[in-house]
Design a protein around this ligand. Sequence first.
Ligand code: DER
Length: 232
Amino acid sequence: SPAERAKRAAAARALNYVETGMTLGLGTGSTADWMVRLLAERMKAEGLRVIGVPTSTRTAAQASALGIPLSTLDDAGWLDLTIDGADEFDDARRLIKGGGGALLQEKIVAAASDRMVVITDPSKHVERLGAFPLPVEVVRFGHETTARLIARVLDEHGLGGRRIALRGGPSGAFVSDEGHHILDLHLGAIPEPERLNTALNVVPGVVETGLFCGIASAIVVGYEDGTARVIG
Ligand code: DER
């Protein structure tokens, strides 16, 4: 499909940054799936040698099934490059991530990398972050009360009255790889992403937010015609 061609194009372009001997953060999501698949093909075809650090059990399963050697983040210590997708990106290379529920491990791995290259398509570009609901990972204990503490922070940031939804719903709530829940904040627009990320991260019970500011080194946009453009 055209959408898959765009994802594949972005993934292929991002692999140009990969060199033999690198330790790579392997992102999560449908675009990252293409990157893992094409990486395995290049390793087989060209003898490219890398070590992968997956950002989710989903990616770990895909990468190991394709024969990519994996390491834990602690054994790797530090990464040369992380390649991962995003739900939104703006012109300052700020991201909303977490649509795939892996934002906590993704942010840790991306932060522990010399470079983070984001693989996207035009549908992810926004003038202002926030049309996509902002994922916030919270501990399970008292998560409904944590949602009320978050609502208070939103009020203070001029974002009062927005819907805060427990991902998966009260009966089938989503549980992340780390055993936490995710709240999706339907904000519509986020005027000051850095300030909101900081304010949310100090709320007791909040583990991490899907706001990635000052982390992405470059953004690759793939197009349906198979071409790709690098921003930043
Ligand atoms: O959950 C995530 O952060 C994923 O990277 C997501 O944001 C992108 O997923 P997609 O490539 O399937 O759109």
